[in-house]
Design a protein around this ligand. Structure first.
Ligand code: PHE
Length: 372
């Protein structure tokens, strides 16, 4: 029993005074009636429930424990009856509180469930899908066209030796033609100096040496030259080169192949013209220009108003190259060509600067559809 609270008011019946507001009536009935009324209104939250529970059955100040504490102030003949009524009231209150506790618990579980619920009607979040690089798209389209023409696709090392990159391609040491492919040497002291390949022609050399004639391959891949970099030149770029070695191959086959290829690639009939030029590994050699597919040869900014696009270097394979690969030039002849993939991508997609292909900028790269 505490010595604070209504008890200090010292009413007529000490135990009744703290149980009923006006100090009158039966304390057990008073507590029970008050509880029934409050519990009947229900509880809307855990804190309201805790307050109700504390008020009635709280060990320190609960009204029910107070009933029992008051027993000792009663005349002894009243104690038994009072005690059993108090017990009955206590049982009812505790049972009701247990029910309310279960209700509060249920309501909380339900609220949590709703908060965590997945709204299946919400639209999904689309994951950002990666895409092919424009050079990859162009490479795959070219590969498809040549696969259809019976070519296989060959691959080779980017770190090459001088023998495959130059010597077997009929560039003797110190030949001035080497100046046209300013080279990144990696190890000049090696028996055959190591370098970053300047073209994918060494892949053809490896294929022809290994597989012999007849042969029909394309070699797409990354190449390196010590160029000063600007909007139309990069030190790292991509090529596709082709090599055909069979009996009776001539420049006419080369021309027909180009016409076929350009027509398939640009989707319209394309004329081809050859301009004589020099590469050590071909004889004769030619730069290949296609009738500009964007203006049908009328002249536009893409062809610099000439009506022609220069797209590849080419020629009939030099007998020295065939010999270096163990193929008899009296029996076999061939043609070869090479072109820059980056330049083709630039023409096709009309972007202003080759360096965009190397920046890895998602804003640029995400503009290309995966059409290959
Ligand atoms: N390999 C040459 C270059 O990269 C291109 C080429 C290939 C020219 C085949 C002729 C024949 O410049």
């Amino acid at each position: 029993m505490t010595d604070e609270g209504p008890e200090k008011e010292a009413p007529a019946s000490p135990h009744a005074s703290r149980l009923t507001p006006n100090g009158t009536g039966d304390p057990v009935d008073g507590v029970l009636a008050a509880f029934r009324e409050e519990a009947g209104r229900g509880v809307s939250s855990r804190s309201e429930f805790e307050r109700l529970k504390g008020k009635y059955v709280g060990r320190e100040k609960g009204l029910v424990p107070a009933l029992f504490a008051g027993i000792r102030n009663l005349p002894s003949q009243e104690r038994g009856a009072f005690g059993s009524r108090a017990n009955a009231a206590k049982a009812e209150i505790e049972e009701s509180i247990a029910r309310l506790a279960a209700e509060v618990e249920l309501r909380e579980i339900e609220a949590r469930r709703q908060a965590q619920a997945v709204d299946v009607t919400l639209p999904g979040r689309r994951p950002v899908a990666g895409g092919f690089h424009p050079v990859t798209i162009v490479r795959r389209r070219i590969e498809q066209i040549f696969l259809r023409m019976g070519y296989s696709i060959a691959d080779g090392p980017e770190l090459e030796n001088d023998r495959h990159n130059f010597e077997m391609l009929n560039f003797p040491p110190d030949h001035p033609a080497r100046d046209s492919q300013d080279t990144f040497f990696v190890d000049r002291k090696a028996k055959s100096p190591l370098l970053l390949r300047t073209h994918t022609s060494p892949v053809q050399i490896r294929e022809l040496s290994r597989r012999g004639a007849p042969l029909r391959v394309i070699a797409p891949g990354r190449v390196y030259r010590n160029e000063s970099v600007d909007a139309t030149h990069a030190a790292v770029f991509n090529q596709v080169e082709a090599l055909v070695v069979e009996r009776g191959i001539s420049m006419a086959d080369l021309k027909g192949t180009f016409e076929e290829f350009f027509t398939a690639f640009f989707g319209r009939e394309t004329k081809v013209r050859f301009i004589p030029t020099f590469f050590p590994f071909v004889e004769p050699g030619a730069d290949v220009a296609a009738h500009c597919p964007f203006c049908a040869g009328k002249g536009c900014p893409k062809c610099k108003h000439s009506g022609w696009l220069e797209l590849a270097g080419s020629g009939a394979v030099h007998p020295n190259v065939l010999k270096a690969c163990g193929v008899d030039p009296e029996e076999y002849t061939g043609f070869a060509f090479g072109m820059g993939l980056d330049r083709v991508a630039l023409l096709l997609y009309e972007f202003p600067d080759l360096r965009l292909l190397l920046d890895g900028d998602e804003r640029f790269l995400s503009q290309f559809t995966n059409e290959a």
